[in-house]
Ligand binder design. Structure first.
Ligand code: SF4
Ligand code: SF4
Length: 332
C-alpha cells in the first residue's frame, strides 16, 4: 500500500481532501408503509417489509426519535417508504433537524415553500412502456412536470434489461426537463419475466452506461468505475454479496469475520423500533443484489483496497464524490 500523497497529483489531492473531511454517517428510515403505486419488483412490498411493524402515528415521537438518531451520530437521514410524501409532517421532522434525502415516485409534488432545499431522488423505471408494465403508469410524465428545472431533484433511473439500447432517449428527456440522473440496476425481486439480468446483458448495459456518461456529463451523475462494480459485482478481486455488504443493520450484523461496513448504519421500520436486515429487501438473495447504494458504499468503505495505484485511488475518489453529490454534501 502506498501513501495517498504519493498517488495523487495536486488536483486529485485537493479532491481527496475535500471528501475526506465529510465523515458521512447515514441511516435509512421507512417513513410510511403505504404507497400510491405498487411497482412489480418493489423491494419494500415484495419482501413484506410494509407488514413488519405498524406506523408510528404520533408526530412528537418522530421528532424525539430524530434527536436520538442525531445523538447516535447520524448526519444523513435517507427517507424511503412506502412513499414519504404521503407523510410530510414526518419528512419535516427530519428535514428541520438533520441533513435529509427523500426518495419519492414524484406523483405528489413536494411543496418547495416548506422544503426549499430538500434533495429528492425520483424513482424512474424505464421508458413509458417499462413504467406501464412495472408500475402501472408512466410516472415520468407526472414527476417531470412537478420537478422540471428543480436544482434539488434528480432521477434515480432503475435500468432493466429491456432498457438496453433505449436509455439515451430517456436521459435526453431528463436533460430536457433540466434535471440530473443517477443510474442503478433492477434486482427483479418479484421475478418478472424478462427482467432478470444475463451476463451478456450486464456487459451491454455497462457499455451503455459508460456511453451515456460520456455523452451527457452534465446530466448523468455517475462514474465508470461504479458502472464496472455494479455490473460485475466485483471490486479489487473481491465479490459483492452478504459477506462483503457494507449496508447491513449494525444490530443485526452477526457476520464473522466482519467486513468493512457503514458505521452504526441502521434501517428503521416506521414504528421507530423495528429494524430491517439491510438497506434493501429483507428477503433478497444477496447473490442477486444489484442495489446501487450498497455497491457505492462497498467501494467507499474500502479505501485501502484502492491504494495500490493512482488510477484505483482516483476511481475511489470519483465514487465517493458521486455519493456526496447525490446526498448534497458537495455541489453538483
Ligand atoms: S413507488 Fe417506490 S415504494 Fe412505491 S411501490 Fe414503487 S418502488 Fe415501491
Ligand atoms: S440484499 Fe443486498 S444490500 Fe441487503 S444484505 Fe444482501 S447484499 Fe446487502
Amino acid at each position: 500500500m502506498k501513501l495517498v500523497s504519493h498517488l495523487l497529483d495536486d488536483e486529485w489531492y485537493a479532491r481527496y481532501k475535500r471528501i475526506s473531511r465529510l465523515n458521512i454517517r447515514s441511516s435509512i428510515y421507512d417513513v410510511t408503509n403505504r404507497c400510491n403505486l405498487r411497482c412489480k419488483g418493489c423491494f419494500f412490498f415484495s419482501s413484506d417489509e410494509h407488514k413488519a411493524a405498524p406506523e408510528e402515528m404520533d408526530l412528537t415521537k418522530w421528532e424525539r426519535f430524530v434527536h436520538k438518531e442525531i445523538d447516535r451520530g447520524v448526519n444523513l437521514a435517507i427517507l424511503i417508504g412506502g412513499e414519504p410524501t404521503l407523510c410530510l409532517d414526518r419528512v419535516e421532522a427530519f428535514y428541520k433537524r438533520v441533513s435529509t434525502f427523500c426518495a419519492t415516485n414524484g406523483l405528489i409534488k413536494l411543496p418547495r415553500d416548506r422544503f426549499p432545499d430538500l434533495m429528492v431522488g425520483i424513482s424512474l423505471w424505464g421508458d413509458e412502456t417499462d413504467e406501464k408494465t412495472l408500475r402501472g403508469k408512466d410516472a415520468f410524465s407526472i414527476s417531470s412536470k412537478h420537478y422540471e428545472g428543480d436544482p434539488y431533484a434528480y432521477y434515480l433511473y432503475t435500468l432493466t434489461p429491456k432498457q438496453i439500447g433505449k436509455t439515451e432517449r430517456v436521459i435526453q428527456k431528463i436533460a430536457d426537463a433540466g434535471l440530473k440522473v443517477h443510474l442503478q440496476l433492477l434486482s427483479n425481486d418479484e421475478g418478472v419475466d424478462g427482467f432478470s439480468w444475463t451476463p451478456a446483458e450486464l456487459v451491454d448495459i455497462r457499455a451503455e452506461m459508460d456511453a451515456m456518461l460520456d455523452a451527457y456529463p452534465r446530466t448523468v451523475v455517475s462514474s465508470k468505475y461504479y458502472h464496472e462494480v455494479i455490473c460485475t459485482g466485483r471490486m479489487q478481486g473481491q465479490r459483492f454479496g452478504w459477506q462483503a455488504c457494507p449496508s447491513v443493520t449494525i444490530t443485526q450484523d452477526n457476520r464473522d469475520p466482519q467486513p468493512r461496513r457503514l458505521t452504526n448504519f441502521i434501517r428503521w421500520a416506521s414504528d421507530l423500533e423495528t429494524t430491517h436486515r439491510c438497506c434493501t429487501s429483507e428477503t433478497r438473495d444477496c447473490a442477486t443484489c444489484k442495489d446501487g447504494a450498497a455497491h457505492m458504499s462497498w467501494v467507499m468503505v474500502n479505501k485501502r483496497a484502492h491504494m495500490n495505484s493512482s488510477k484505483d485511488l482516483q476511481n475511489w475518489i470519483e465514487v465517493y464524490e458521486m455519493f456526496a453529490k447525490l446526498y448534497q454534501f458537495i455541489p453538483w
